[in-house]
Each structure stands twice: as C-alpha cells, then as structure tokens.
Design a protein around this ligand. Structure first.
Ligand code: ATP
Length: 286
C-alpha cells in the first residue's frame, strides 16, 4: 500500500509556549513494495515522520494516507486499530518492550490481540524463529533470561508475527557491532525481498541506505531536503556533508578518483559510479 503525506505539518505541544514545529510542509509518497531509507541528522524530524505512519502521531496540518486509511488534521480522534494491523513499527531498542513471561507469549501477543486463534499464532511464532536467527528451544524461556541481542530478535519476531504490509524500522540496529548490524539489516532486507513488504528504515548509516534502499529521503530541519534513488548519494555528496551527514567512504573514493584522473567533466553513468562505489567497498574490505 502506498503511503502518501500531503502538506503535513506537525507541532509538538501545540498552543503552548513550548510549541515546536517538527515537520513542515511535507509532501512525499512511499510507493507500495519499496524499501525506503530515511536519513537526517539528530532532531531533523525522522521519528516524528515515521510515527505518523502507524497513527502514533496525527498531523497538525495536512493529511497522511496509508492505503485507504486517511488521517487528516482537525479530524476527531480516529480508531487506528485497523491501521496498526497493517503497519508494524520496530522502535529503537525494541527489546525494552518485552513484557510477557515466555518468548512464545511475547511473539504471539500481537496476532492474538488482532484476533488470530492461539494455535495459529503459535505456529507463526515457530516459523519466525529461524528467520530472526533463534532456536526453537527459546520459546518456553523467559525473554529476560536471553542476551540483549536475542531479546531484540524476539521483539522483532513479535512485530513480524502480525504480518504487516508496511514495516517501519527506527534504527533497528542501533548499538550493535558492525557484524550484528550487518546481520540485522540482512534479515530485514531478505524479509522485504521475500514478502514485498513496504519497508521504511530510519538510519544514520548512509552505507545501509545506499546498500538496501531503492528510495532515500533526506530530512533537514523538519523538511524533505532531497529524495531519490541511490544516485542521490553520489550526486549530492557535498550538500549531504554540508547538512552534517557523512557520505560513505566509497563515495569519497569515487570523488578522489574523479579528481585524480580529472574526470569531473566526464559524464559518468550510474553503472560507472556503482562500479567505483563497489571498488571503494572492496578497498575497504567489505
Ligand atoms: N515529545 C517532544 N516534545 C517536544 N519536542 C519534541 C518531542 N519529540 C521531538 N521533539 C523535537 O522535534 C524535532 C524533531 O525530533 P525527532 O525526534 O523527530 O528527530 P529525529 O530526526 O528522529 O532525531 P534522532 O535522530 O535524534 O532520533 C526535534 O527538534 C526534537 O527536539
């Protein structure tokens, strides 16, 4: 399902002396089935943006449509239950939201809450375990006996168990070491490839955006600064640096390469840039 933001504004603490405009004049579409990365420096509005997708926040002006579900400013409080069945949100540090006494109950909580019979929910939990890299034995354990990494995987399985059409990920690999981050990102990418789930990833890592996303949205001071495919990182490296975002080393490699061989004036196709990008990664040992 397409996600369409139309002229959205969001104000925290509206009408108080502490009012803060966090999103301004935001019009953007996230196409159904895409993998979209949302990047921007701290405080640029990324979390505020994604919380509109599952109805945690409602626009102060404008409208947000997720499939046929529309949230409009000024409308009375809406029942967002139907929306929550479709949109799974993995928060930063999702392991902090575990609360049931067993892993199985935690994974099954969402689907049972949305009306799935207990046996079917249990089957889903079992099927999801290998996907998130856990053994079946953990089902009967308390989630609080597991390691931090395992707890995070349980929490993610709990979101996937509702089989959402849209998966929103807020820095799901935060605080993991590079290998853990790589594993976590591969998990989501493979899930996206297999299920064609519309995926929205908030990340500080431009490398992940370049590697996995087919659409990149760059936020700056509550506005969309730029939006486009991966080539955006190659073509706007300087502007990205100006707004405090670190472009991947391989993109810097490409620029150095162009400079070294005086290729700035030579138009390079996207494929050539990707090749240089790839070479940069090889040199980095990735
Ligand atoms: N609950 C709140 N009350 C008031 N202001 C808030 C609140 N949450 C966020 N803000 C402000 O809104 C702006 C956007 O914040 P937001 O959390 O969406 O940014 P972000 O890009 O997700 O940042 P980060 O990368 O640090 O998570 C910031 O100026 C922030 O201080």
């Amino acid at each position: 399902m397409d996600i369409v933001f139309s002229e959205v504004e969001y104000r925290y603490m509206q009408g108080t002396p502490f009012e803060k405009v966090a999103l301004k004049d935001l019009s953007i579409t996230i196409p159904s089935g895409s993998f979209t990365a949302v990047i921007g420096h701290t405080g640029s509005g990324k979390s505020t943006f994604i919380q509109h997708i599952n109805g945690l926040l409602r626009p102060s002006a404008g409208s947000v449509k997720v499939g046929s579900f529309e949230m409009k400013a000024g409308k009375k409080k809406q029942d967002v239950r139907e929306l929550r069945k479709e949109v799974g949100l993995v928060f930063q540090y999702p392991e902090h939201q575990l609360f049931e006494e067993t892993v199985e109950k935690d994974i099954c909580f969402g689907p049972i809450n949305f009306g799935l019979p207990k046996e079917k929910a249990s089957r889903r939990a079992k099927e999801l375990l290998p996907l998130v890299g856990l053994e079946e034995e953990v089902l009967a354990s308390s989630p609080f006996q597991l390691s931090g990494g395992q707890m995070r995987r349980v929490a993610i399985a709990g979101v996937l168990a509702i089989e959402p059409s849209v998966l929103v990920l807020d820095e799901p690999a935060a605080s993991l070491d590079p290998e853990g981050r790589q594993q976590m990102m591969s998990l989501f990418y493979e899930y996206h490839q297999r299920n064609k789930t519309t995926t929205v990833l908030v990340t500080h890592h431009m490398e992940d955006a370049a590697k996995y996303a087919d659409q990149i949205i760059v936020f700056h001071e509550g506005r969309v600064e730029m939006v486009g495919g991966r080539e955006l990182i190659f073509e706007h490296a300087q502007r990205l640096n100006e707004i405090g975002l670190d472009v991947p080393k391989s993109v810097r490699f490409l620029h150095n390469f162009q400079e070294r061989f005086h290729l700035h004036e030579v138009p390079m196709s996207f494929e050539m840039k990707e090749t240089a990008h790839f070479l940069g990664n090889v040199l980095k040992g990735e």
